[in-house]
Design a protein around this ligand. Structure first.
Ligand code: SF4
Length: 353
């Protein structure tokens, strides 16, 4: 293709029409490049032009990323990173509810093709699963990773940065930090070497929704995509299942702050998201999640354009068998009812499974 007169670069993948196998390459394109043009050339566009610079790169250039990382790190000495507000001196070897000290532990990482289509595209979502959790639901669908403190491997900032670069190198569309709430300072620190090594893809904050607004403010302009759960509406249910009666309040405030920072979900080439809020809601047996109330809140207090994934995959895991009603998956009727509640609330971008 001729070199781009506007000096733009596009990351593209040339796809075989028969097998869909593709080979990643950076292309000099004419500007503005159209999808029809790309299609004729056998190219599927993967990302926006290199005019798109992630917020964390700009923050690094101004020195703000380092300032935020330092501030977050200091907060670990009397940890109040999440609504548990344990006050544990994690820099001095103590731990709180999340049982995580000064170093993050990574359970696994890799391109993930099971996330939402808007994150997966053709290259996958570059997931990094952190061990442990600050919420600790008794039915956790990743119980072994979240509840066993010794799970995974401790990583320092350089190693975590290299993991991100590896995922970007695989062609993942984003770096998807799974259960990041208790390791925000460690993530911020690792972004500094990651940016210096060339990290450029959007970052996804994939949390339970049990997040502290003060901590989220440190992430303003760092994360491009927020993907919180909103699990329960009823404080008694949250107390019983997670020991966190303040979860509904905390999640409401956290989601408002996330939306303030990034707005509704926006997608670019190939319908892959590059910015915005994506809420996950797991439908629970016996209406334990109060789907109707959560949907009403999202539509009325966040936005009717909130992208919501209404998830049907609840399975009894961990200690779910200890509570009556949790020891089964949801019925088709329960899921249909949940979808109907979402529709009634006026949410226009709900994704069903
Ligand atoms: S991040 Fe961990 S130690 Fe800190 S307040 Fe939350 S649960 Fe407690």
């Amino acid at each position: 293709m001729p070199p781009c007169p506007a000096g733009k670069l596009w990351t593209g993948i040339r796809v075989c029409p028969k097998t869909s196998a593709g080979e990643r390459e950076v292309l000099n394109c004419t500007a503005p490049v159209g999808f029809g043009q790309a299609l004729k050339a056998g190219i599927t566009l993967m990302a926006r032009s290199d005019n798109f610079v992630p917020g964390y790169v700009k923050l690094h250039r101004s020195g703000e990323l380092t300032r935020r990382a330092d501030e977050a790190w200091e907060r670990l000495s009397g940890c109040r990173m999440c609504p548990r507000r344990c006050g544990a001196d994690r820099l001095g070897g103590k731990t709180g509810v999340c049982r995580t000290g000064a170093k993050a532990r990574v359970s696994s990482f890799g391109p993930h093709f099971g996330e939402e289509d808007v994150l997966v595209g053709t290259g996958g979502s570059g997931t990094i699963f952190f061990s442990s959790c600050n919420l600790l639901c008794c039915f956790c669908q990743n119980y072994e990773i979240s509840h066993f403190p010794g799970e995974g491997r401790e990583v320092g900032p350089e190693e975590l940065a290299r993991i991100m670069l590896t995922l970007q190198g695989y062609g993942c569309h984003n770096i998807n930090f799974v259960t990041p709430s208790h390791v925000v300072p460690q993530i911020l620190r690792s972004l500094i070497p990651a940016v210096e090594m060339g990290l450029r893809v959007p970052l996804v904050y994939n949390s339970s929704g049990y997040d502290e607004v003060e901590t989220l403010r440190l992430l303003d302009g760092v994360f491009d995509i927020y993907m919180p759960d909103f699990k329960f509406w009823d404080p008694e249910v949250a107390d019983e299942l997670c020991g966190a009666p303040d979860y509904p309040d905390a999640a409401r405030e956290a989601l408002k702050e996330m939306h303030r920072q990034v707005g509704p979900l926006e997608t670019g080439a190939e319908d892959v998201a590059y910015r915005g809020l994506l809420v996950r809601h797991l439908v629970m047996p016996d209406g334990l999640a109060s789907t109707a109330e959560i949907a009403k809140f999202l539509a009325e207090e966040i936005s009717p354009d909130t992208f919501v994934n209404v998830m049907a995959q609840y399975r009894p895991r961990g200690r779910a068998h200890t509570r009556q009603g949790l020891n089964r998956g949801i019925t088709p009727e329960e899921y249909t009812e949940a979808l109907e509640a979402v529709r009634r609330a006026g949410l226009r971008r709900a994704q069903a499974q």
